[in-house]
Design a protein around this ligand. Sequence first.
Ligand SMILES: *Cc1c(COP(=O)(O)O)cnc(C)c1O
Length: 360
Amino acid sequence: MRRVHNFSAGPCTLPLEVLEETQGEFLNFADIGMSIIEDSHRGPSYEKIHQNALSSFRRLTDLPDDFTVLFLQGGATLQFAQSAMNLLAENEMAGYVNTGVWGQKSLEDASRVANVYEVWSGQESGFTKTPDSNELNIRQDTKWLHITSNETIGGIRFEQFPDVDIPMVADMSSDFLSRNIDWEKFDLVYGGAQKNLGPAGLAIVVVRRESLGKHGRNLPTYLDYQFHEKNDSLGNTPPMFPIYVMGKVLDWMEKNGGLVEFERRADIRSSLIYEVIDKSDGWYSSPVATGSRSLMNIIFHLPDETLENRFIEEAAALDLINLKGHRSVGGVRTSLYNAMPVESVEILSSFMKDFLKSNG
Ligand SMILES: *Cc1c(COP(=O)(O)O)cnc(C)c1O
């Protein structure tokens, strides 16, 4: 069977074990005589999958009881506005840290439905670093601060989460469950599943229970978090297939050592690439400030575009694929999410060294 080394930024590579297990039980799930996606979402088989996924998520993240976990549709994109609608009353405001493409989008969408402002912008520095806490211009009476923990396109992350005296709301789509989360600091954390946790079609929202139901708005059913929280995310038909596969990914993560292990693997994988960049005397170059380097999405350039294109072509010939940088930043981007095997990154790292030797 052919399996490439898939460095896609999302959707992305998933654990082979999980895919095989899914395939094996697809036509006849647990001897019910049909696939799980044909069964009722109110039946005992799906109910078990659903509750297991919720509890695995809680165990893995060491989630305190005062948070609830919601499984929603609409991706992380819907959460840009939905989180603001649910956590801000008409007369309240929130501050947004604009660290790049995703930080900007969250600010724009939230501003369509609530009173929000920019506390910091990375525009001047070309979105190549995340701010220190003392650079944030947080106005008085700001209810909470929104951050993007990892900017998937710019390749930067908050190595330390900001140290502020208001709660935070975070888009963790592209580094979800790749590191420990200090829940004390957050009122809400959200992310799409398709980067670190499973197939597309599912967003996970983790929200402090006491912050719910205070918005005073007349929200449509689906947009109100309380509807989902009251119904354990089974108020309407949930995205059964992504939840089912994510449940398997979460089990796989637990079996493999949990967040501590995945944090360690993220360090190993990213170091394999950053080391080649740092030892290349500037032949491979990263625009990102050292203290803000993402462990999930690594962006780098070669001396010119012709070399970059050749690099991507020759890599693809070795089944190292999806390495083209996002059209807005160019260059090369390698995404190293939870399920990316260290061996695949070793192959990429060797290829980078070989390519430098023959072209540098
Ligand atoms: C991919 C991504 C999104 C968008 O996610 P969708 O599920 O496609 O809406 C938002 N934020 C970040 C940081 C991302 O990486």
